[in-house]
Design a protein around this ligand. Structure first.
Ligand code: PMP
Length: 430
């Protein structure tokens, strides 16, 4: 039995399951991988999130990334309230859209021209359409274990032996829709070379999470991203960085600034909307001029560039821009958490950490690709998750997700979390 009271969450979950698939509006929220009842949340402030039973938890999910400033930052909330008073949506151009496009170009210089959409999924789907329109080629390469949203062509991680054939991961996706999606292995240059050699004039783009964060956090090896830059150029394909998670998180200029590798196109989500539903895609001007109405690649959205969403996004980006030391603070805090785990568990676990992203894998020997990640002991992960939840620490309810630290995480809460991580690791390995 759960130590904490979750009576009301259980009640809501029961009711939710009757009317919503799995009781949730996005699958990971159902806690299926950790065997617990999902907490139904009512409010969040700073680094704390509070559920319907009144449990106040230190939150390391941070809404899966948007919450880099912590929850309900008063500066952002104020701008959102101001925007609300002026009208929720116009379906017409607004000054804020100009401001945010300029800010994006300033902070992520490769995004000379960008388009706003309402989710990361849409951003990636549209960037790929743009790349195909520009190169007049159909195939794309993605990496096993990288997630790029739920559009049909990207729900592929491919069978183990098949680097050149692609099967959809989801029912309802015709195999015909994924036949142009080739799958390579993350951090494996040879697998990419083979695909280019087999399809030299057919690959429109390589899309990659520059730091993979959807198989847990997996860092690129030193020469992996520069290699992708070189090989795409050599074959006339585009390089797309999916920075939906890393954008404005690894650094103000995202992973591309952090690793000094410049993609042709970039996709953003999460932080760019400051907690509101926003995605963006953009890149080199000549490529982005393909997009309608400048060019022949169609893409549109009723709520794209929504005034409330752009108000939240602009304020969040401005706060980050005016306080660049935030990235050092985030790194220090996250490193403390990583060190606490490493010190307590030694080499029985693999801890991947970069900036404010982190994952604990219950497998020794390091994790640098999908095969390593899936070796993690998922029962151990569930045990760790349950222990932390019972101590009011809200961690990612799946091994294959990142843990996020925000600027609102107080030193006191980080210290408390370190203590509990240590206790948890020691108990697990007795
Ligand atoms: N790309 C990456 C790298 C992501 O992590 C996600 C979602 N976590 C997406 C795309 C899809 O974004 P959304 O859920 O906003 O559609």
């Amino acid at each position: 039995m759960d130590k904490k009271t979750d009576t009301k969450s259980k009640m809501y979950f029961g009711a939710a399951k009757l009317r919503i698939p799995g009781g949730v509006n996005s699958p990971v929220r159902a806690f299926g991988a950790v065997g617990r009842t999902p907490r139904f949340m009512v409010s969040a402030k700073g680094d704390r999130i509070t559920d319907v039973d009144g449990n106040e938890m230190i939150d390391y999910v941070c809404s899966w990334g948007p919450g880099i400033l912590g929850h309900a930052d008063p500066r952002v909330i104020e701008k959102v309230k101001e925007a609300c008073d002026m009208g929720l949506t116009f379906g017409a151009p607004t000054p804020r859209e100009v401001e945010i496009a300029e800010l994006i170009a300033e902070l992520v210089p490769s995004m000379e021209v960008s388009r706003l959409v309402s989710s990361g999924t849409e951003a990636v789907m549209s960037a790929i359409r743009c790349a195909r329109g520009y190169t007049k080629r159909d195939k794309i390469i993605k990496f096993k274990g990288c997630y790029h949203g739920h559009s049909d062509g990207l729900l592929v991680k491919a069978g183990s032996a098949a680097l050149t054939t692609s099967v959809p991961d989801s029912a309802g996706v015709p195999a015909d829709y994924t036949k142009h999606t080739l799958v390579a292995a993350y951090n494996d240059k040879e697998s990419v070379k083979e695909l280019f050699q087999a399809n030299p004039d057919e690959i429109a783009a390589v899309i990659v999470e520059p730091v993979a964060a959807n198989m847990g956090v997996v860092l690129p090896e030193d020469d992996f991203l520069p290699f992708l830059r070189e090989i795409t150029e050599a074959y006339g394909a585009l390089l797309i960085f999916d920075e939906v998670i890393t954008g404005f998180r690894l650094s103000l200029g995202g992973a591309q600034q952090y690793f000094h590798v410049t993609p042709d196109l970039t996709t953003l989500g999460k932080i760019v909307g400051g907690g509101m539903p926003v995605g963006a895609y953009g890149g080199r001007e000549d490529i982005m001029r393909m997009i309608s109405p400048d060019g022949p690649v169609y893409q549109a959205g009723t709520l794209s560039g929504n005034p409330i969403a752009t108000a939240a996004g602009i304020e969040t980006l401005k706060i980050l821009k005016n306080d660049p030391a935030i990235y050092k603070r985030l790194e220090e805090k996250t490193k403390k958490l990583a060190d606490a785990v490493r010190n307590a568990a030694g080499d029985k676990v693999s801890v991947n950490q970069i900036g404010s992203l982190m994952s604990i894998f219950f497998t020794p020997g390091g994790v640098k690709n999908y095969e390593d990640a899936v070796r993690s002991d998922l029962n151990a992960y569930a045990q760790y998750f349950g222990f932390m939840l019972d101590h009011d620490i809200y961690m990612a309810p799946s091994q294959f997700e990142a843990m996020f630290v925000s600027d609102a995480h107080t030193d006191e809460d980080i210290t408390r979390t370190c203590r509990l991580l240590q206790e948890c690791m020691e108990n697990m390995h007795e």
